[in-house]
Design a protein around this ligand. Structure first.
Ligand code: GGG
Length: 358
């Protein structure tokens, strides 16, 4: 294992620009402590500012530039008042996920001591699971179009694509993850009563793969009742696997059940390591609070920890997680937590205290 890595740093838009320095501060502290040598390469593209200057979200050579990096550390994308969201997302994050074959979007959901859950009577340990989101196909396909635009016959159509390779590889990742966990429990998100072709296909692939993992308890729920169970019975879950859209929805809802979406991290992973993986907070650019200096930096900091683990530095990763857990446990009276956690701290105050705790 090497301790030298090239990291692309892309803050993006909105609060991405504010939380990124805190992610880097935590990375720096952990790397100093564990003698990890990171070269940070900063890029201003994959942002709406770049789009407004250049008419596209990224330069033509973005792939060749980023493919040489060991990982990509990303903030958030989107300035919907200036650039339509589908243009900014398809011009940046979705390009990374598809072209770098980051087919796993791994999103931990964990109730941390000191962070009050909005759900009644939940304590740390009750909520501790992973959402595994398929990240390169499914509902996020660009296949379709609008016809007869501007006439009474106008219609829009967009296809969902589920390939056997695509479904099987995300399921395999999820089964393997469940197999490593004590509960050995996999839940599949589906909607095969209403979506009558692709979802039964997904169910069939789950059933087929479960034969290779007899020790894993497998259940499946339609997405509507599954979202209700996230709120009513979060302790039920261990590893939850879903399509691109369902995984996206569940991985916002899960962290919301643990107190704030501001703490949730994610890894867009190419498990084979052929291409760089990308680590980013689950939250978006949050234009409503951008520029106020109050964004919670933990989603970015925890994403830094996930990136270090992915690069093979488990101790450094654990040091970051232990540090923010310690600061959170201190509570808003003793640490400068951000307002979403009941504190009065700024993004920077909060980030500095966490870095010091590493
Ligand atoms: N850091 C995550 C981010 O910027 N998300 C923006 C967004 O709209 N994401 C949708 C998606 O992850 O598919």
């Amino acid at each position: 294992m090497t301790n030298k890595h090239e990291i692309a740093v892309i803050p993006g838009d909105g609060i991405g620009v504010e939380v990124m320095p805190e992610g880097l501060r935590a990375l720096d502290a952990a790397c100093r402590k564990f003698n990890i040598d990171l070269t940070l390469n900063h890029y201003d593209f994959a942002s709406c500012d770049y789009y407004l200057k250049h008419g596209q979200m990224m330069p033509d050579n973005w792939f060749d530039t980023l493919v040489k990096q060991d990982a990509i550390f990303f903030g958030a994308v989107g300035m919907p008042k200036l650039v339509p969201d589908h243009i900014s997302l398809w011009g940046s994050l979705i390009q990374f996920r598809k072209r770098f074959d980051q087919y796993v979007n791994l999103r931990p959901v964990k109730l941390i001591p000191g962070v009050p859950s909005p759900l009644a009577n939940r304590k740390p340990g009750d909520i501790d699971f992973y959402v595994v989101r398929e990240n390169t196909e499914g509902e996020y396909s660009n296949a379709g179009g609008i016809m007869f635009e501007g006439t009474d016959r106008e219609f829009a159509i967009q296809e969902t694509i589920m390939t056997r390779v695509g479904v099987d590889r995300i399921l395999k990742f999820a089964f393997e993850l469940a197999n490593k966990r004590p509960k050995k429990h996999l839940t599949s998100a589906t909607k095969s009563n209403g979506i009558s072709i692709t979802m039964p296909y997904w169910d069939k692939r789950v059933e087929n793969m479960s034969k290779d993992y007899p020790e894993i308890l497998v259940d499946k729920f339609h997405i509507d009742i599954l979202t209700a169970f996230f709120v009513l019975r979060p302790h039920h879950f261990d590893v939850v696997v879903g399509s691109n859209l369902f995984g996206d929805i569940l991985s916002d809802l899960g962290p919301a059940c643990t107190g704030t979406i501001g703490i949730a991290p994610s890894g867009n992973i190419n498990p084979e390591g052929i291409y760089p993986s990308l680590f980013e907070p689950v939250h978006g650019s949050a234009p409503d609070i951008a520029g106020k200096g109050i964004a919670n930096p933990i989603g970015q900091i925890w994403s830094a920890a996930m990136m270090l683990e992915h690069l093979g530095h488990v101790e450094a990763s654990t040091a970051i997680v232990n540090a923010f857990e310690k600061v959170l446990a201190a509570g808003p009276d003793h640490a400068p937590l951000t307002p979403d956690m009941g504190g009065k701290g700024t993004t920077t105050d909060f980030g500095k205290v966490i870095a010091e705790a590493i």
